[in-house]
Design a protein around this ligand. Structure first.
Ligand code: NAD
Length: 488
């Protein structure tokens, strides 16, 4: 039984607000208040972790590691599928809690995100069973490549797609035979706690998955500088990644970093313009709080006026409001601090000469979908990630100019190209600096594809075998043929 003071009750769903360490709920002496972006209501008092709980969680992960690493692949896969079953069973609970905590749409959580959370576990369970490298021979000796579990892994995640991004790391780390300390973001900490319950019910042994709550600035360093931690996978902002990299440097702990972006959408005059407009308007999804969002729209000058006309008509029809309402297209911004940040970017851009095509203002916790034009390539609004529903529109006249503008930031997470010419698509995509490029589509994500960013958008790739390459110690074992002697 959870005591009232240790639970958040959201739409009838009780969520334990303590840490989950070594298979037990652990309180902290202090808590922090978690509020809902929908209406500012208090959701719960969350355990405010310190270095002490960080150390306890790593110790629990270390103690559980030998047992989990020695567990057969088949058994690990079975438990991961059982976790996926648990996610599916509690899909409605997870969806409503996530919506109230993060402000993202309930309809997306029900139909897209939570099924995808379950799929994260099923995919990496199945991939584990297929994971192999063909043996090869060197002068009669056999080379055998294996993926050995590496050890306790610290996984740190952001608030914009909390459970989706957490399980995109938790699932492959567990599949790899590692034990985990998960630190969710302080603005949306709740579904990570439900995940701990689901994993325990699925039979995951105590200590294999630990969840610690708290402010990153207070508990983060104790996790990332810990000498018993063998992997750190982080999704979040560039400044935090830089701090984590410094902290991890003491032990040279391998890092996977999935960071911000300022991705372009290139619209050529030969594109299906309605499709291009659809792709552009889609960038307001999750109130623009999407790392992959193509926030810089680059349109060939000859179609820019028509593109803008159709864009305004389509974007103006979007319904912004309560994310629990099935008819809503855009929900609130996660936190008032994020709103201030977004508005600061927009006001500075306007002061620097940008013009508002639509939006440019806030209404309570909601930032209006915004499109700015008249922006210079070297301006802050074009160069820096806003992480809100704010797009810029620039025009180009040649393919070379389009590529130059597209590649002209410090980021390289993703890019989208709208064109009706396959040869142009090939030419342009080969020149774009990005971890993922979409041609005439957006957000098609397969877990077997490599995922990550170039430049400041990240270090390393996860997905399919790339995830196992990161979470495991790869080993090559060379065996001599029977009867072989060194002096033969
Ligand atoms: P953030 O960097 O502020 O926080 C991310 C996480 O890091 C949180 O859990 C936070 O508590 C923790 N943290 C903060 N300081 C820490 C420290 N010193 N040590 C360890 N952990 C610490 O990012 P955010 O504002 O939560 O998320 C938004 C950012 O995430 C954006 O830049 C967005 O582009 C990026 N993002 C990237 C991807 C991707 O896959 N590339 C996906 C989603 C979000």
């Amino acid at each position: 039984m959870i005591r009232e003071s240790q639970a958040a009750v959201i739409a009838g769903v009780a969520v334990d607000t303590r840490h989950w360490i070594g298979g037990e709920r652990v309180a902290s002496t202090e808590t922090f208040t978690d509020t809902s972006p929908i209406d500012g209501s208090v959701l719960g008092e969350i355990a405010r972790g310190t270095a002490m709980e960080a150390a306890a969680a790593v110790a629990a992960a270390k103690a559980a590691f030998p047992g989990w690493a020695a567990t057969s692949r088949a058994e690990r896969a079975r438990i991961l599928h059982a976790i996926a079953d648990g996610v599916e069973k509690r899909l409605e609970d997870l969806a409503i809690v996530e919506t109230c905590d993060s402000g993202a749409l309930l309809r997306s959580h029900r139909r897209g995100v939570m099924p995808r959370v379950a799929h994260n576990f099923r995919f990496f369970a199945d991939w584990l069973l297929r994971l192999e490298h063909e043996d090869f021979e060197t002068r009669g000796h056999t080379n055998h490549v294996s993926w050995d579990p590496a050890g306790p892994s610290v996984l740190i995640t952001p608030w914009n797609a909390p459970l989706m991004l957490a399980t995109w790391k938790v699932a492959p780390a567990l599949a790899a035979g590692n034990t985990v300390v998960l630190k969710p973001a302080e603005w949306s900490p709740l579904t990570a706690s439900l995940l701990a319950d689901i994993a325990a019910e699925a039979g995951l042994p105590a200590g294999v998955l630990n969840v610690v709550q708290g402010y990153g600035a207070e508990i983060g360093d104790a996790l990332t500088s810990h000498p018993d931690v063998r992997r750190i996978s982080f999704t979040g902002s560039v400044p935090t990644a830089q701090r984590i990299a410094e902290s991890a440097a003491a032990n040279l702990t391998p890092l996977s970093l999935e960071l911000g972006g300022k991705s372009p959408l290139l619209v050529f005059a030969d594109a299906d313009l309605d499709l291009a407009v659809d792709l552009a308007v889609e960038q307001y999804d999750n109130a623009g709080q999407v790392c992959l969002a193509a926030t810089r729209i680059l349109v060939e000058e000859s179609v820019a006026e028509e593109f803008t006309r159709r864009f305004v008509s389509k974007a103006s029809a979007l319904k912004q409001g309560d994310p629990r309402d099935e008819a809503t297209d855009i929900g609130p911004t996660i936190h008032s601090r994020q709103l201030e940040k977004i508005d600061g970017f927009v006001q500075r851009a306007l002061a620097a000469g940008a013009r508002t095509v639509i939006g440019g203002h806030r209404d309570g916790q909601y930032y209006a979908p915004t499109l700015l034009t008249g922006v210079a390539q070297d301006s802050e609004i074009v160069q820096e990630e806003v992480f809100g529903p704010v797009l810029t529109l620039q025009t180009f006249t040649t393919e070379d100019e389009a590529v130059r503008l597209a590649n002209g930031t410090r980021f390289g997470l993703a890019a989208t190209v709208a064109t009706g010419d396959p040869e142009r698509a090939e030419r342009v995509t080969s020149q774009l600096v990005a971890g993922t490029v979409w041609v005439n589509c957006f957000f098609v994500r397969d877990l077997q594809a490599p995922f990550g960013g170039s430049r400041l958008s990240g270090v390393g790739r996860e997905g399919g075998t790339w995830s196992f390459d990161f979470y495991c110690d790869l080993k090559n074992t060379v065996t001599a043929p029977k009867g072989w002697t060194n002096h033969g």
